[in-house]
Ligand binder design. Structure first.
Ligand code: SF4
Length: 298
């Protein structure tokens, strides 16, 4: 979900539709993932406290309605812990009904913070972090330039959970192409098992304009999965997820990128989700044509 502004597009997760979107940075400081074009037109910068306060001043007119705030843009945790604590303090002082502050986070930003820093952020009101791990496979992570290994991805996720911050983990089905599909599903499931996120979203690869991965595909160097193969990979991922029986991980595969909307709780709904995948696979295997770019808007 995104909208354009004078200083580039603003993205937010679908679940932040009713949130006050407060831009504490502009763009993404990493900005090198080969499947992503979100902030390619924007030079990364942190916003000054004056700019942030000006946006807060405007939002104060709605202070009795604001219960959730999303800190944009792409990786708000890149800010220093003192700066984030200062922002969280100001937010709680100005929005009396505030219940949740959330943000996107990149793995290296999480890893740079100590567990104690993350705990302080949790206590100060940072309740939810959206982390696009995308894959647990070292080869895929290297290929898409995520900037971390499988082990580092796992450590980043575990640090958020250990700090008491809710973790919404995102993975991308199809990111390894045909050649690496099985390994991608296997290693991603292993990483999910090690992290134990509160929420898991399985998106389907979209070939965004201007992304390096799209260029690879157009040069014939990356082979996309068919819709039925996407469901097969998703099924393998779900099969490999083995969470403790008392875990309660909200699983969603209902993003605009997904061919079939699936939802459930893991591990409780695992068998039902696998049946849903099988049915979808059978249905989609009759498709002879599909949009290889997967409905790209941007
Ligand atoms: S996927 Fe996330 S971390 Fe990677 S370039 Fe895009 S916004 Fe930045």
């Amino acid at each position: 979900m995104y909208f354009d502004t004078a200083e580039g597009p603003v993205f937010r997760p679908p679940s932040e539709a009713d949130s006050f979107i407060l831009r504490v940075t502009i763009g993404c400081s990493h900005n090198r993932c080969t499947y992503c074009n979100m902030y390619r037109t924007v030079d990364f910068r942190t916003r000054s406290m004056e700019e942030i306060m000006a946006q807060i001043e405007q939002a104060k007119a709605y202070k009795d309605m604001i219960r959730r705030i999303f800190l944009a843009d792409g990786n708000a945790l890149v800010l220093s812990t003192p700066r984030l604590l200062e922002i969280l303090k100001v937010l709680h002082e100005n929005f009396p009904k505030l219940r949740r502050v959330s943000c996107y986070a990149g793995p290296n930003d999480i890893l740079r913070k100590t567990t104690e820093e993350l705990q302080r952020l949790s206590e100060a009101g940072l309740k939810l972090v959206y982390y696009g791990m995308e894959s647990g496979d070292d080869e895929v992570l290297l290929h898409v330039n995520k900037g971390v290994t499988k082990q580092q991805s796992i450590e980043a996720g575990q640090k958020i959970v250990a700090a008491g911050i809710k973790l919404s983990l995102m993975v991308i089905i199809g990111l390894a192409g045909k050649a690496g599909s099985k390994e991608h599903a296997y290693h991603t499931a292993q990483a999910v098992n090690a992290i134990r996120p509160n929420m898991l979203s399985a998106l389907t690869l979209m070939m965004y304009r201007g992304s390096e991965l799209r260029a690879e595909y157009e040069r014939g160097e990356f082979t996309l999965l068919s819709p039925a193969e996407i469901m097969g990979e998703l099924s393998r991922l779900i099969s490999g997820i083995d969470l403790h029986s008392e875990a309660h991980c909200l699983f969603r595969s209902n993003h605009i990128s997904n061919y079939v909307a699936l939802a459930g709780t893991l591990p409780q709904d695992k068998e039902k989700l696998l049946v849903d995948c099988k049915k979808a696979m059978e249905h989609l295997s009759t498709m002879t044509e599909w949009d290889p770019y997967n409905n790209v808007e941007q």
